[in-house]
Design a protein around this ligand. Sequence first.
Ligand SMILES: C[S@@+](CC[C@H](N)C(=O)[O-])C[C@H]1O[C@@H](n2cnc3c(N)ncnc32)[C@H](O)[C@@H]1O
Length: 263
Amino acid sequence: MRVYIIGAGPGDPKLLTLRGAELISSCPVVLYTGSLVPKEVIARARADAKVMDSSGMTLEQIVEVIVAARDADQDVARVHTGDPMIFGSTAEQMRRLTELGIGYEIIPGVSSFTAAAAALGRELTLPELSQTVILTRAEGRTSMPEGEKLEALAKHQATLALFLSITLLKDVVRDLTPSYGADCPVAVVHKASWPDQVIVTGTLADIADKVRAAKLNSTSMVLVGRVLTATEFANSKLYDPEFTHRFRKGEPAVKTQGEMRAD
Ligand SMILES: C[S@@+](CC[C@H](N)C(=O)[O-])C[C@H]1O[C@@H](n2cnc3c(N)ncnc32)[C@H](O)[C@@H]1O
């Protein structure tokens, strides 16, 4: 018996991995986070599978379901939204499984922050502008560790992907504006990859008003950074004809006659 901790992806059932789909279709027990995992993903479970929504359960109730499956020698598909290793509350489940001597395997998924970037058609890392993406959240009922407060992270001016923060947008704006500037671009992607996806774009100066007007208050990714609107960025080295790497030898640029005369 094994527990498969599976990332369901951000919403579109076609963004589930082949391995995840195979396991959901074959496990006799399917335990899924019903708040965000789409029904189509779960619809592929066996007709005789025991399918349970964990959104109203406590950790101990989840463990009870898994222990009952262990006693019946039944594999469990434990299905989480996005990628299970990011804001998935999976560490505490894995700790309990280890204590109980129950083996598990993790099947990664497409996280909502990459799905949001895809929806926007924006690369989150651009040469010379931002080579770092910080995955974090605003401080709400869950307190932030010392050193990870938004004001401190903002000093890096890296691209930010904020989970679980849509209802705290005013605080986000207050904490980021001193470092990023009020004109810094912000994009909010609500339900990335779902049929009812909504995108709101703006700046730190106006995003809170725009999001309030759009009435977005759940399941949204907040992306912040100059990469969101930049057009005048440098090309990467990867496809530079003069740059040599493992798969291609670079060639020195051939100068035109005009360039040689200018030298
Ligand atoms: C508990 S976290 C789970 C994150 C998930 N493990 C992931 O990798 O995307 C839930 C938060 O993820 C974000 N989220 C999840 N699915 C989303 C989607 N389809 N579009 C936008 N944001 C999403 C929202 O910020 C939401 O509040």
